[in-house]
Design a protein around this ligand. Structure first.
Ligand code: F0G
Length: 459
């Protein structure tokens, strides 16, 4: 088989600045060892997120020029609405400025004290919006989904027995919706099978509970189904995605992921009553229902992006990039969450930095080491993000896993960037015993990973 190449050529380039190790050491210390505080200009390869960081195509830029900025009933809205309806099959589409705005609106309506919303794994903004409403966010991923070493084709699947049990225990009337995140970002970008989606749908609907997808990376999930699930090889990704949505009552979406947009999102429904409540909240916080916090041109960029993401040549290249990165580092012994996800490779910091105890933040330590060594910015998904300091004892309560996510922005980096990345990771791995642990010297009460200050601990 021939090399899977980037299925695009480059029309516009954006220079990246090569820094010295000495400069990076200073930037890191000025940032209190928190890479969120480092200027993007001082980052060579930015793998902090795949959200809003995609390169738009010439067709998307052309569509932006056609954007209609009318306040109400703009042509851009109708093009956007039709594109989302075509891909999802949902009749009612409400634009929002990004995924968490969709979540905030939906959970303000269906959340509230005494209620619970199960999912395979809620993303952190989803969990936060559920909890702010007073409801409980519950993760019911299969056990393999919590073990970085377990190999399973659909590690994002929900544990269906646990879902049945949970509905019995909590009572269907207290569960306003069942959610499922595709792909399961917090659990390593792992896919959910069609069989599992059907199973969740059957159980939820037997109890008259609506079923929603968090559809941020729906196309990557559909492509995993095509590659890994029996009976889907001959289907197109578009058909598979449509089938995924067909089992659901609606979705929340961040168009900053699988719609190649730099900003945007939407809510989709089948139920007009719910949609009309959502529109009322939309007008309060986001804008009129035909623009929902976006410019007309953004709606056009999303409409085109949603078509482009279903291009299977693109998806083949996308998965080839993550697989190539994963293969080249695992062959040299670097521990990752297996198998690699669609949008990212997650380094397993616990095994990478065996000498650093969990209360000294191995994920944070590895994130800093990658920046120092090669100007690479990843993100800690571990005890800094999901753990907390016990207010009584001052003790650190760690997260289940300490990972460093290297998320690949869409259509942005080439194979030589990935080759460089491999070199840097292997270099850091060779010297891993010298990576220091960290302690927190200042932290806010919520979402501490964005602003906490750290200090290396020399042992
Ligand atoms: N759901 C999932 C699964 C996500 O990954 C994200 C964002 C959201 C919801 C919220 O969407 O950012 O548009 O408000 N994930 C980004 C990330 C931030 O880096 O993984 P948003």
């Amino acid at each position: 088989m021939k090399t899977i190449i980037e299925p695009f050529k480059i029309k516009v380039v954006e220079p990246i600045r090569i820094t010295t190790r000495q400069e990076r050491a200073a930037y890191l210390s000025d940032a209190y060892y928190n890479v969120f505080k480092i200027s993007a200009e001082d980052v060579l390869i930015d793998l902090l997120t795949d959200s809003g960081t995609s390169a738009m195509s010439s067709e998307q830029w052309a569509a932006m020029m056609r954007g209609d900025e009318s306040y109400a009933g703009s042509r851009s809205f109708f093009r956007f609405e039709k594109a989302v309806q075509d891909v999802t099959g949902f009749p009612i589409i409400i634009p929002t400025h990004q995924g968490r705005a969709s979540e905030r609106i939906l959970f303000s309506i269906i959340g509230g004290k005494g209620r619970a919303i199960p999912s395979n794994t809620h993303f952190d903004t989803t969990r936060a919006n559920i909890e702010v409403s007073g409801a409980e966010a519950v993760d019911l991923v299969i056990p393999e989904g919590k073990d970085p070493r377990a190999i399973h084709p659909f590690k994002g699947n929900m544990d269906l027995d646990a879902l049945e049990g949970f509905i019995k225990e909590k009572g269907a009337l207290n569960i306003p919706a069942v959610f499922c995140t595709v792909t399961n970002n917090t659990g390593g970008g792992q896919p959910v099978s069609m069989e599992n989606i059907r199973g969740i749908s059957r159980i939820a609907h037997e109890h008259s509970i609506p079923f929603f997808l968090d559809a941020c990376r729906f196309a990557e999930n559909a492509y995993f189904i095509k590659l890994r699930e029996k009976g889907f090889q001959e289907k197109t990704v578009r058909e598979i995605a449509k089938e995924m949505f067909s089992y659901c009552d609606g979705c929340t979406m961040s168009a900053k992921k699988d719609a190649f947009a730099n900003i945007g999102g939407f809510l989709a429904f089948r139920d007009e009553d719910l949609a009309s409540e959502a529109r009322n909240l939309l007008i309060l916080g986001e804008g009129f229902p035909t623009y929902g916090g976006l410019a007309g041109r953004d709606l056009d960029a999303i409409a085109v992006g949603l078509e482009e993401i279903l291009d299977e040549q693109y998806l083949e290249y996308r998965f080839a990039s993550t697989r190539y990165l994963a293969k080249n580092i695992t062959e040299m012994g670097v521990p990752i969450l297996e198998p690699p996800g669609g949008h990212a490779v997650y380094l397993d910091a616990v095994r990478f930095c065996e000498h650093i105890p969990k209360n000294r933040f191995p994920g944070q330590a590895l994130t800093c080491a990658l920046y120092l060594e090669g100007g690479i910015r990843g993100v800690e998904i571990g005890s800094v993000m999901f753990g907390h300091t016990d207010p009584e004892t001052g003790e650190e309560i760690p997260a289940d896993m300490d990972l460093v996510r290297l998320a690949l922005p869409r259509r942005v980096y080439t194979q030589s960037h990935i080759d460089y990345l491999v070199e840097v990771i292997l270099e850091v791995f060779a010297k891993r015993e010298r990576i220091p642990g960290y302690k927190i010297i200042e932290q806010p009460p919520y979402l501490r990973h964005f602003t906490a200050k750290f200090q290396p601990i020399k042992s």
